[in-house]
Design a protein around this ligand. Structure first.
Ligand code: SF4
Ligand code: SF4
Length: 112
């Protein structure tokens, strides 16, 4: 089992999650984060820290697409362990439907 980052992180990217992860397994894309499924120890502490409710255990049904995306992107995106300021328009995008099709980017983020 692992935890996965799902669609509502896209363009929200609050980054509260990275501060609490004991094994530093978050990786940063241009406009979302992912969790490396082989590094996550399933502790669950990040889930309630996410203001966008964008972190779920992969035991929830229907998350196959997101598990694959987390695994694939974590291979190429840089590690992130320190919270930075969220995007200025993060609130506007919180809860918006269709963010994957409209905004998902495979480009890496800055990392730290
Ligand atoms: S706290 Fe939630 S919205 Fe923010 S970067 Fe982490 S998973 Fe994404
Ligand atoms: S469940 Fe624990 S180990 Fe996995 S990403 Fe969240 S904080 Fe890190």
């Amino acid at each position: 089992m692992t935890y996965v980052v799902v669609e509502n992180c896209i363009k929200c990217k609050y980054m509260d999650c990275v501060e609490v992860c004991p094994v530093d397994c978050f990786y940063e894309g241009e406009n979302m984060l992912v969790i490396h499924p082989d590094e996550c120890i399933d502790c669950g502490v990040c889930e309630p820290e996410c203001p966008a409710e964008a972190i779920k255990p992969d035991s929830e049904p229907g998350l196959d697409k997101w598990l694959k995306l987390n695994a694939d992107m974590a291979k190429g995106w840089p590690n992130i362990t320190v919270k930075r300021d969220p995007p200025p328009d993060a609130k506007e995008f919180d809860g918006k439907p269709g963010k994957f099709d409209a905004f998902f980017s495979e480009n890496p983020g800055e990392g730290d």
